[in-house]
Design a protein around this ligand. Structure first.
Ligand code: ADP
Ligand code: MG
Length: 342
């Protein structure tokens, strides 16, 4: 995925509260690495079979495996092979690929097509894919030509008991899973830890995270939503996800300027153009990180008013930050309130 990624938006807070209590810290293993063009971190409280080294090599291996599946930056990934497959015939895929595409299409349908993993031709046209940036703003004719290749209804996944295939209605369609990759990866690492008997952990891949149980101080994990500024990391809000996944998408870091205008890397599939409204950050809490990672992007496409209305209607736990003439404005749904610490 994008090397030009948003920076880590959510980061674990080393909480200073409760400092007056006697130190009752439990041992914690902590690993960091790179995956999907961004950074990841894992904290495990208690033991892990084989210790920190085993944890690092197994998580690295797991994430490398998934990156090899879904990266559009690697021409040899399974997804790139599907994108290069210039045919409408069924193409064999792994069960994991089937799962991520089916889940992404489901979020796409839930958001009335604003999350669209077939938006790749438009992403690439606007210079946010593996190709180079455009020297000039794309023309309406170029946008129209790319839009013909976009639409989740034109992508089909067929799963049977022993194998899965994917096919496209047009041979030159292009699937881009960048926006859900981090959430998918966080879910996979969390599942892996659970399978090893770990029940107190925090997994973060860029803006997507999964956590469960308690930190080394015996307190619930808490995460910060960052203020949407270019510069220093300032905390906007603190959240206690209580075992749920959380993901933030922000338009304030990943953009470029062309002819004096800022272009975001999030594309509205309806207009075929980068978003231009005042919503700068969207955070979602859901059971899985893939779902949260897809929904945060969808909310970013919708813009402040529609995103809030959609979140309320769907009873989603959502926290939005918009730019105003005075600075920034935060709004959140009732479903988000129980998770807000500050
Ligand atoms: P990151 O690049 O950190 O993963 P996001 O999760 O916010 O950031 O996803 C942005 C990426 O998603 C873009 O770079 C692009 O590849 C892809 N994308 C852009 N617009 C859409 C959209 N409407 N639906 C699905 N994917 C999109
Ligand atoms: Mg996202």
């Amino acid at each position: 995925m994008s090397l030009n990624k948003r920076a880590i938006i959510i980061f674990a807070l080393t909480l200073l509260w409760g400092c007056d209590k006697p130190p009752t810290e439990r041992p914690m293993l902590e690993i960091h690495g790179r995956t999907m063009g961004t950074f990841y971190g894992v904290k495990v409280v208690g033991d892990f079979p084989g210790g920190e080294q085993a944890l690092q090599s197994q998580v690295d291996g797991l994430l490398k495996h998934y990156n090899d599946e879904i990266s559009t930056y690697d021409p040899n990934s399974s997804l790139s092979k599907f994108n290069q497959f210039n045919s409408t015939q069924p193409f064999p895929i792994s069960q994991d690929m089937a799962d991520i595409v089916i889940s992404s299409v489901r979020v796409g349908e839930r958001t009335h097509g604003v999350l669209d993993v077939t938006v790749g031709p438009l992403v690439n046209l606007w210079g946010f894919g593996p190709d180079k940036r455009p020297i000039k703003t794309p023309t309406d004719a170029q946008i129209a030509a790319a839009r013909v290749k976009v639409g989740i209804k034109r992508l089909h996944v067929d799963v049977s008991s022993d194998h899965a295939t994917m096919r496209k209605d047009q041979p030159d369609m292009y699937v881009d899973l960048s926006t859900v990759g981090e959430g998918f990866g966080a879910d996979k690492v969390a599942d892996f830890l659970e399978s090893r008997g770990v029940h107190n952990y925090l997994v973060e891949i860029a803006g997507a995270s999964r956590s469960r149980g308690l930190n080394a101080k015996g307190e619930p994990w808490r995460l910060a939503i960052q203020k949407p500024t270019d510069e220093i990391e300032e905390v906007q809000a603190i959240v206690q996800p209580d075992g749920r996944a959380i993901s933030t998408s922000g338009s304030y870091r990943n953009y470029y300027e062309l002819d004096g205008k800022r272009y975001s890397h999030i594309i509205d599939p309806v207009t075929g153009k980068p978003i231009t409204h005042k919503l700068v950050s969207a955070t979602v809490i859901t059971p899985t990180a893939l779902e949260a990672d897809g929904l945060d992007t969808a909310l970013m496409v919708m813009g402040p008013e529609k995103a809030l209305a959609f979140a309320k209607e769907q009873h989603l736990a959502v926290y939005l930050i918009s730019k105003t003439d005075q600075g920034f404005k935060a709004e959140y749904t009732d479903a988000f309130k129980p998770y807000l610490v500050k």
